[in-house]
Write a protein that binds this ligand. Structure first.
Ligand SMILES: CC(C)(COP(=O)(O)OP(=O)(O)OC[C@H]1O[C@@H](n2cnc3c(N)ncnc32)[C@H](O)[C@@H]1OP(=O)(O)O)[C@@H](O)C(=O)NCCC(=O)NCCS
Length: 152
């Protein structure tokens, strides 16, 4: 099974919105996805297997900081490495474009996502009590890409 990652463009809005609806209990609207894709700071990728879209990552890059806004793989395609491949690809592209830190927030109950992020080098920097509408906490996570020790 080969996962192919390609950049998403505004022409992919409907595809992304359909995956968003399939992956999240509170999905972004098609209009919100379309608007996001036209933003100059938006960076988005789609994962494909055999030509079919199976996952995506939406983020925002501002100078040397990248924020992951959404990452998902379709329910019937999970635990096959798609999420990790998307995250690695996005981080690699961001790093090549001068990004030094990657940020995201995640529901404290989202063990699958937290495991994915932790395995990719993210650490929790803050817990936001009652951040979500249902009262759930959010975890802020961060991954520094150039974590080399300064030269003596
Ligand atoms: C989180 C999500 C993107 C992971 O995608 P995925 O394609 O299943 O992830 P991968 O197969 O690449 O898994 C990579 C690692 O993540 C962790 N992981 C993934 N699913 C997991 C689960 N159900 N339980 C525990 N760890 C899990 C594991 O460490 C896994 O590595 P391993 O399989 O070698 O143990 C997917 O579960 C999803 O789309 N969830 C719904 C949307 C969502 O919550 N997105 C994140 C918030 S924006």
């Amino acid at each position: 099974m080969t996962v192919r990652i390609r950049r998403a463009t505004p022409a992919d809005a409907a595809v992304l919105a359909a995956m968003e609806a399939a992956c999240f209990a509170e999905p972004w609207s098609a209009a919100a996805v379309a608007s996001d894709l036209t933003s100059a700071t938006c960076r988005a990728w789609i994962a494909e297997i055999g030509g079919s879209s199976v996952g995506y990552l939406l983020g925002t890059q501002v100078v040397d900081e990248f924020t992951v806004a959404r990452i998902a793989s379709l329910p019937n395609a999970r635990r096959c490495g798609i999420g990790r491949t998307l995250l690695r690809h996005a981080i690699g592209c961001a790093q090549a474009d001068g990004v030094t830190s990657v940020f995201l927030e995640v529901r404290a109950s989202n063990e699958a996502a937290i495991q994915l992020y932790t395995s990719a080098g993210f650490v929790v920097t803050r817990r936001r009590k009652g951040y979500y509408a249902n009262g759930e906490d959010a975890l802020d996570m961060r991954c520094d890409l150039n974590a080399e020790e300064p030269s003596p």
